[in-house]
Write a protein that binds this ligand. Sequence first.
Ligand code: URA
Length: 240
Amino acid sequence: MAKNERLDKVLANMGYGSRKDVKRYIKDGLVTVNGNTIIKSEYKVNPYEDVITINGEELRYREYIYLMMNKPMGLVSSTDDPFTRTVIDLLSEEYLNYKPFPVGRLDKDTEGLLLISNDGKLAHELLSPKKHVDKKYYAEIDGTVEEEHITIFKEGIVLDDGYKTLPAELEIIESGVFSKVNLIIREGKFHQIKRMFEALSMKVIYLKRIQMGTLILDETLSPGEYRELTDEEVDYLKER
Ligand code: URA
């Protein structure tokens, strides 16, 4: 946002209502700028420096939002889709003005950690294939995952299209006819984990992302719930 913007535009952009709503709040004397009540919508403010209150509540202008969602199954991780609900459809109105998008994709039937933001630079840092950001998943497998598979994953697995994956870190939680594992991968090829197990004649029956870089899924979030990242979580993500 520019340094000097109309007051109504700043308030509407921050999700305090439609342009029409915020014009009314301003006219009704509910908005102050640096301690003075302003009743003109076209009044110019610097959203980065001026202290603006609405109904006595001070607003903090921010350019970027960072949300952690526990993605539920059944939704696609894109901004819009002609046939299916998307993760963005779960967000409340106040966030939509920021034009958020999912940072990376999870399959429709995958659950777990999804970062949603409008910070293109951070998204690039996290998704660029050159950066090799670790992504940790919990998976339930139809098949017996055994100790020897740890080395096989570490050496890389050749997928159906001939691509050999980067070393992946497998941790076996339970081994049996059905197995439970954690797996860390450093890239994000299409259906990568499902295809890695398929290459070993096994099938992923449940998949949940639990970590991406330094960001760990907040297990208090039920599928479909989300929260803003703490300042610390944002800093760690940017520092990595
Ligand atoms: N690997 C998959 O197969 N699916 C996902 O959603 C993520 C990683």
